[in-house]
Write a new protein. Structure first.
Length: 135
């Protein structure tokens, strides 16, 4: 297990965001664990969301930008199976210690995780417009 944990931490890279003595445990976990994983998995999140909209929201590409942003948020907040799939993409890259930390406050950390995924997808909404041009 040590080899896997060492590999994962090196593979993911450095902490993203600020960690200080005033940071809450959840904020520390977010910046040391969740953010680096989200950055590493960004291309996969984009592909997974594109697949999701192609299967479930065929008219997504015709939406206004504002409606696309709302659709991204609603898809993740309301489709439990999809949200759980996204959580799995993140959790698969937790070390054992990180998983132990996660399960102690999973509800709050899930909210943080999904909010970060939503923001990441929203910030890249223009890529979904390009994708529609390729169809």
């Amino acid at each position: 297990m040590k080899d896997r944990d060492t590999f994962l931490k090196e593979f993911r890279g450095e902490t993203l965001g600020t960690v200080s003595t005033q940071s809450s445990p959840d904020e520390i976990f977010q910046n040391q664990t969740i953010r680096p994983i989200l950055k590493l998995q960004n291309d996969l999140f984009l592909a997974v969301f594109m697949n999701y909209i192609n299967k479930n929201k065929r008219d997504f590409y015709s939406y206004s930008t504002e409606k696309k942003l709302q659709a991204i948020e609603n898809s993740i907040q309301k489709d439990i199976k999809f949200r759980n799939s996204l959580k799995g993409i993140v959790m698969a890259l937790f070390t054992i210690d990180e998983y132990d930390t996660y399960i102690q406050n999973s509800s709050n950390l899930n909210k943080r995780m999904m909010n970060l995924v939503i923001e990441r997808l929203k910030n890249q909404v223009q890529l979904f417009e390009v994708a529609s041009d390729l169809k």
